[in-house]
Design a protein. Structure first.
Length: 102
């Protein structure tokens, strides 16, 4: 009996047009934040807030660093900052270091 092996399982499905569900949700969150900020700001501060919110939501939806999505990369960076670090010293086998004068 032959079994069907799925291919390209690490690729997310396009659910809403050309967007995956995660991309759509990040853009939806950005739009919601802008609507909330629009209530409190007007004029030039509103435009600056629009640019910042749009840049952040687009980066969270589309940016990848070393083939890792930006939200996951941000979470990994945050965990690295708050987690304890362990420094271990291992003595090398070859300690014959020769110094050369230049």
């Amino acid at each position: 009996m032959r079994f069907h092996v799925p291919q390209f399982i690490e690729k997310e499905n396009k659910i809403i047009g050309p967007l995956t569900l995660r991309q759509f949700l990040w853009l939806l969150i950005g739009g919601g934040l802008f609507l909330i900020v629009k209530i409190f700001l007007s004029g030039m501060p509103l435009i600056i807030a629009l640019v910042v919110i749009a840049a952040l939501s687009l980066a969270m939806a589309y940016a990848r660093i070393n083939d890792v999505s930006l939200p996951r990369y941000t979470l990994m960076a945050f965990n690295f900052l708050i987690m304890g670090k362990r420094y271990t010293y291992t003595k090398e086998e070859n300690e014959n270091i020769t110094w050369q004068k230049k």
